[in-house]
Design a binder for this molecule. Sequence first.
Ligand SMILES: [Ca+2]
Ligand SMILES: [Ca+2]
Ligand SMILES: [Ca+2]
Length: 149
Amino acid sequence: MKRFLFLLPAAALLLPACATKTPGRAAETADLASKFKDADRNGDGVLSLEEFTNATAAARFRNYDTNKDGFIDKAEWAAIRGGDAAMQARFGEYDRDKDGRISLAEFVASPRQRANLREVYAKVDSRRDGRVTFAEAQRYMDQRDQFRP
Ligand SMILES: [Ca+2]
Ligand SMILES: [Ca+2]
Ligand SMILES: [Ca+2]
């Protein structure tokens, strides 16, 4: 099962048929394969809901944390979510220990985040068997610009 993950990007690079698609296609496939492999913590070749949630929430977190200090501060939050009262209140929901910043652990553990990612997972898991395969992740990618929804 693991071998399949390594072979796919290599095959995409070798197949001339890929030239008919966008030029970045092979690189995107290789990038997704690498992300998928990182997300698959137990190495069984598929992503469980837990693996998917942790990996996707971490990717979202990195997108917020623009100064890369490992926390989302209020300015970083406002840059993406806006600074209105509702979004400030939402920041407070995530910031469980009330230290004025959101850690990765707080971000990943947020019930709102987890509920949202459960919905996303249900969409990616097109066969609805509770296992996301690389093919399913890739199909989802084809419909979206990024793995991170
Ligand atoms: Ca797995
Ligand atoms: Ca930060
Ligand atoms: Ca905090």
